[in-house]
Design a protein around this ligand. Structure first.
Ligand code: NI
Length: 250
C-alpha cells in the first residue's frame, strides 16, 4: 500500500469523504494523513480521524494563519495534539512568497510550534516557501525531525535537510514539464523520500489544474521510479516504510 503523507480534505473541497476514502483504497492508497492547518480544518480533520481508521492527522498553524492565532489557540493545539490519531505537528513554517512584512510574527509562531513538537515528541511537517535560510535556522534551534513538505529546492538544500534528519515530501510537482525536481530526486536516497499529494492542490500530470486526490499517489511513485531507475513496487515499499517510521504508524 501507498501512504499519502499530506493532504487537505476540507468539506469545502470534498463533500463526500466516504467516496474519496473508497477510491483511495481501490487505488492502493491507505492510510492517508490529513494536514489540518487552520482552526476550522483542525477540528474537521480530527473528526474524520475519529470516524475513519485509515485517516491520521497532523495539526499545526500554517504561516498564512499568523494573524489569526493567539496563545490560547496554541494551548488548545497542545490539547488537541494529544489525540491518538495525531501523528505530527504541521504544516508549520515560513512563507515569504507574498512578502516579508510579517516575518517576525511568522518566525515566532513557527518556533512556538517547534517547541510544542519537541515537548510532545512529535514529528513536524514543514512548509517553507522562499524562506529556506530562516527555516533552517529556526529548525536548528530545536530537537525535531520530520518531513519537508512539498520539497522543490536544489540538491544542496535537499542534502542539508537530510543531514538535519529530515525526509522530503515529494508530490505532483515532480511530474510537471519544467520541473527540475526529478533530477534532484534521482540523486537523493529513496529512503529519504515520502509521497504526498497536497490535495486538493498540485495534481500530477495528466490531471494538472484539476482537483487533486490521494488516489493519484501511484502516478507520483511511478515518476519517482523512472527518475531513480527502480521499480514502482520498490518506491511503494520503501516510501511506505519511511512514512510509517517518521509518523510512528502501527
Ligand atoms: Ni499542504
Amino acid at each position: 500500500m501507498f501512504i499519502d503523507t499530506h493532504c487537505h480534505l476540507s468539506k469545502e473541497d470534498y463533500n463526500d469523504i466516504s467516496q474519496v476514502i473508497l477510491e483511495n483504497r481501490e487505488a492502493g492508497v491507505s492510510p492517508i494523513i490529513i494536514s489540518g492547518c487552520t482552526k476550522e480544518d483542525i477540528i474537521e480533520s480530527l473528526e474524520y480521524s475519529m470516524y475513519y481508521p485509515d485517516i491520521f492527522v497532523t495539526i499545526g498553524y500554517h504561516p498564512s494563519e499568523v494573524s489569526k492565532v493567539s496563545d490560547l489557540d496554541l494551548e488548545k493545539l497542545e490539547e488537541q495534539a494529544k489525540s491518538d490519531k495525531v501523528v505530527g505537528i504541521g504544516e508549520i513554517g515560513l512563507d515569504y512568497h507574498y512578502g516579508k512584512e510579517d516575518r517576525e510574527e511568522q518566525i515566532k509562531l513557527f518556533e512556538k510550534q517547534l517547541a510544542l513538537a519537541q515537548k510532545l515528541d512529535l514529528p513536524v511537517v514543514i512548509h517553507s516557501r522562499d524562506a529556506t535560510l530562516d527555516t533552517i535556522s529556526s529548525l536548528k534551534k530545536y530537537s525535531v525531525s520530520g518531513v519537508i513538505h512539498c520539497f522543490s529546492g536544489s540538491l544542496e538544500v535537499a542534502m542539508e535537510y537530510i543531514k538535519m534528519g529530515f525526509v522530503l515530501g515529494i508530490g505532483g510537482v515532480i511530474t510537471f514539464k519544467n520541473s527540475k525536481l526529478g533530477e534532484v530526486v534521482s540523486r537523493i536516497p529513496l529512503e529519504k523520500i515520502v509521497l504526498e499529494t497536497d490535495s486538493p492542490y498540485l495534481a500530477p500530470v495528466p490531471y494538472r489544474g484539476e482537483k487533486n486526490s490521494s488516489k493519484y499517489i501511484p502516478i507520483i511513485a511511478e515518476k519517482i521510479s523512472s527518475c531513480k531507475g527502480v521499480s514502482t513496487y520498490e518506491v511503494e515499499q520503501i516510501t511506505t516504510e519511511t512514512a510509517k517510521f517518521i509518523f510512528h504508524l502501527d
